[in-house]
Design a protein around this ligand. Structure first.
Ligand code: SAM
Ligand code: DTB
Ligand code: SF4
Length: 345
């Protein structure tokens, strides 16, 4: 972001990783007239990214269900009766086959998710083999396995992992309403271990869990104040699953979701902001607004971890209708309006 653009949009010029966002300043962004907010977000977006390019990331559940944690949104927590069966760790060949399929469909990133509180014993060694195999296909690799020690993070890095996904999920003051089996600081500690190991950070949250607008702003402030802020920021819309405590929550106004994307874009200009879980319920027009607000990544493929995502063919049709195209293999195009380089992410 050049200083001139910050003047244009009324924000102070700062270096990408050194700005502190107060909760008030983020809340002020949320309060802007919708058109003003989207205009600002689009300006920031165009300063750093090719405006019509979107990253396609495919998720694969390497270990489903049976999780000991109590995350109130999650269909994979053993304590809720959601119909998700606890499975074993997927065999390596199955993971490779899924990654090859994802690549053939046009995804450039493959994200492996496990319903663990944290990896145990020999788990990391097995995931290392998956990471190396997927990496050798020429895909970017991401994993989300729960809490990590410094050593585990380093082992994943050594295997060729590019990104580690670990979400803050919500604002610190709302967190206790959603999860009681681990605390916010545990999440921050894992993010530190991931950074120290030289991995790129994928970290975001979920909206639509009954939090207030101020709490949405506080989540974004937490993310934007990580130093440096994450390279990837998944913004999930709660997928309501029968059997979970959050099933039946008051639905979030979709325009409020769009605002959250826009505020994430403005506060984390170089991050890849991912329109993540829960977009199937939105329809095309709201998704188009999310792209206008600066989202430039989606989960792509008919399934997320255990719930449905829009069908890949429908996504291709939507992108085509919008004149958007997938990010090519090999990463960032670097193309943007202002000529500054983009940060991988
Ligand atoms: N077990 C690991 C952990 O929790 O860190 C990794 C997998 S967990 C499923 C990854 C993330 O998925 C969660 O942090 C949460 O943000 C998101 N997620 C899970 N269930 C969701 C739901 N029903 N709606 C939206 N996002 C959800
Ligand atoms: C993230 O932020 N969202 C993804 C990914 N990271 C691992 C997971 C969404 C899960 C949605 C519920 C399910 O399919 O089980
Ligand atoms: Fe377990 Fe992760 Fe689901 Fe929480 S979000 S219950 S840690 S799988």
């Amino acid at each position: 972001m050049t200083a001139s653009i910050y003047r244009t949009i009324g924000l102070k010029p700062v270096s990408a990783n050194a700005q502190t966002w107060t909760e008030e300043s983020v809340a002020e962004l949320f309060e802007l007239p919708f058109n003003d907010l989207l205009y600002r977000a689009q300006q920031v977006h165009r300063a750093h990214f090719a405006p019509n390019e979107v990253e396609l990331a495919t998720l694969f559940s390497i270990k489903t269900g049976g999780c000991p944690e109590d995350c109130a949104y999650c269909p994979q927590a053993a304590r809720y009766h959601t119909g998700v069966e606890a499975g074993k760790l997927a065999p390596l060949e199955q993971v490779i086959a899924a990654a090859k399929q994802a690549k053939a469909n046009g995804a450039t990133r493959f994200c492996m998710g496990a319903a663990w509180r944290e990896p145990q014993g020999r788990d990391i060694g097995k995931v290392q083999m998956m990471v190396s195999a997927v990496k050798s296909l020429g895909m970017e690799t991401c994993a989300t396995l729960g809490m990590l020690s410094s050593e585990q993070a380093q082992q994943l890095r050594d295997a060729g992992l590019d990104y580690y996904n670990h979400n803050l999920d919500t604002a610190p003051e709302f967190y206790g309403e959603i999860i009681t089996t681990r605390v916010y600081q545990d999440r921050l500690d894992t993010l530190d271990h991931v950074r120290q190991a030289g991995l790129k950070v994928c970290c975001g949250g979920i909206v639509g869990m009954g939090e207030s607008r101020q709490q949405r702003a506080n989540l974004v402030a937490q993310l934007a104040n990580l130093d440096p802020y994450p390279e990837s920021v998944p913004i999930n819309h709660l997928v309501q699953v029968p059997g979970t405590p959050l099933n039946g929550s008051e639905p979030l106004d979709p325009l409020e979701f769009v605002r959250t994307i826009a505020v994430a874009r403005i506060t984390m200009p170089l991050a890849r902001v991912r329109l993540s879980a829960g977009r199937r319920e939105f329809g095309e027009a709201v998704q188009a607004l999310c792209f206008l607000a600066g989202a430039n990544s989606i989960f792509y493929g008919d399934k997320l971890l255990t719930t449905c995502n829009p069908e890949a063919a429908a996504d291709r049709a939507l992108l085509s209708k919008l004149g958007m195209h997938p990010l090519a293999e090999g990463g960032e195009s670097g193309a943007c309006d202002c000529g500054t380089s983009t940060r991988a992410g």
